[in-house]
Design a protein around this ligand. Structure first.
Ligand code: NAD
Ligand code: DAU
Length: 359
């Protein structure tokens, strides 16, 4: 199989690329990424020379280039993760989210349609797998309910509105053109290689630098946390065995109030840094709430468990400790991404050429 993964230089994408490159030496894995601030080839240093791996720098909004890449690499399957992914950025610059998440997804769909419909076998053996978020469902109250695959879409932020729109386009391509599509909606991921604008890596970085920890509102919002490698395993399972035209929710049944998670995080970082207990608690700083801040997310992933046997592998405390240890052992990575140093060679390296294994 020839598989195109979009957004493979980002947080979740890099874990998916690594898993598939190592697990399926007989597949060709093409990683297509624009290398925005969130894309970092250092995330894939351990697989960049693998014979079944190719990196292509491209923008998913560039239909002609995407079509040419699908043709050049004879792509059978697409796992589409490329997106603008940070809610706070979407509040500041919603157009960027409409462009990449909506128009970019549409451009991927249309290029896949053009290429696959040009082949004698058309959609036979093909798959367009779109990675989405639980945020499209809106927010839950503190009432013990969960998002299921049948929950009505009700997005509140420009980010979640753009992801909801892209999900609708993906389903429309199945219903209108018969494209074999799958959509999954996942809860908050945590783990190595997450850009330190998101809660967990931002706070780890701030604790190690003795900077304030900005808690939005009262810190009472609830998120459902999943270890990123468990998400990557779910993506592998669903890509290979999920039913076409279906939606699967992915989550860890692991709800945490932000303030409780932050206190656990502080205790874990302090312990691993050898600080006395409670050393960094004074860094907690309550700040103005995020506009439209969704109160609670909680995913019911029973369908995925019953149909495909997937379930999370880690307890949260263990996953969080592994995550904190990774960031503390990879402070150079953190320093590079916070200074922007990792980006400075990309334009030079990929100038006028969108295909390369950077060596
Ligand atoms: P990320 O921001 O870490 O990575 C996004 C990647 O997409 C980057 O490598 C970036 O360079 C690339 N990209 C952005 N715009 C592009 C464009 N126009 N063309 C090509 N590449 C482009 O994101 P992430 O957290 O890894 O999320 C990946 C996907 O998973 C997104 O679709 C997101 O909506 C979804 N998701 C994320 C989470 C989470 O907790 N992080 C949870 C559920 C779903
Ligand atoms: O639910 C899945 C979503 O999870 C993904 O679709 C998004 O791509 C991903 O970014 C994430 O969205 P959140 O907005 O939930 O993640 P974030 O890490 O930005 O925030 C987590 C919670 O912590 C949220 O309630 C806001 C709060 N927060 C966040 C930051 C960055 C703070 O209190 N302070 C902060 O500085």
């Amino acid at each position: 199989m020839n598989i195109l993964i979009t957004g493979g230089a980002g947080f979740i994408g890099s874990h998916v690329v690594r898993l598939l490159v190592n697990k399926y030496p007989h597949y060709n894995i093409v990683n297509l990424d624009k290398l925005t601030y969130a894309g970092n080839l250092a995330n894939l240093a351990d697989v960049e020379n693998a014979p079944n791996y190719t990196f292509v720098r491209a923008d998913i909004c560039d239909y002609d280039t995407i079509l040419a890449i699908l043709q050049q690499y004879h792509i059978d399957g697409i796992i589409h993760l490329a997106a603008e992914s940070h809610v706070d950025r979407s509040i500041r610059d919603p157009f960027a989210f409409a462009r990449t998440n909506v128009m970019g997804t549409l451009s991927m769909l249309q290029a896949a349609r053009t290429y696959w419909e040009s082949l004698p076998e058309r959609y036979e053996g093909k798959r367009f797998y779109h990675i989405s978020t639980d945020e499209v469902y809106g927010a839950l109250e503190f009432d013990g309910t969960f998002f299921t695959e049948d929950t009505r879409y009700n997005p509140h932020s420009p980010y979640s509105a753009s992801k909801a729109s892209s999900d609708h386009f993906v389903r429309a391509y199945h219903d209108t053109y018969g494209m074999p599509t799958i959509v999954t909606n996942c809860s908050n991921n945590y783990g190595a290689y997450q850009f330190p604008e998101k809660l967990i890596p931002l706070f780890i970085n701030n604790i190690r630098n003795r900077r304030p920890l900005p808690v939005y509102g009262k810190g009472e919002n609830v998120r459902d946390w999943l270890f990123v490698e468990d998400h990557a395993r779910a993506i592998d399972t669903i890509f290979h065995s999920g039913r076409v035209a279906e939606t699967y929710n992915i989550g860890g049944f692991n709800e945490w109030r932000n303030i409780d998670l932050i206190k656990l995080l502080i205790a874990t970082v302090d312990r691993l840094l050898g600080n006395p207990e409670g050393h960094s608690i004074d860094l907690i700083t309550y700040v103005t709430d995020r506009p439209g801040h969704d109160l609670r997310y909680a995913i019911d992933s029973t369908k995925l468990k019953n149909e495909l046997g997937w379930q999370p592998s880690l307890q949260f405390e263990e996953g969080l400790e592994r995550t904190v240890a990774w960031y503390l052992n990879n402070q150079e990575w953190l320093d590079n991404v916070t200074s922007g140093e990792y980006m400075q060679y990309y334009d030079q390296m990929y100038n006028n050429s969108n295909t390369s294994n950077p060596q």
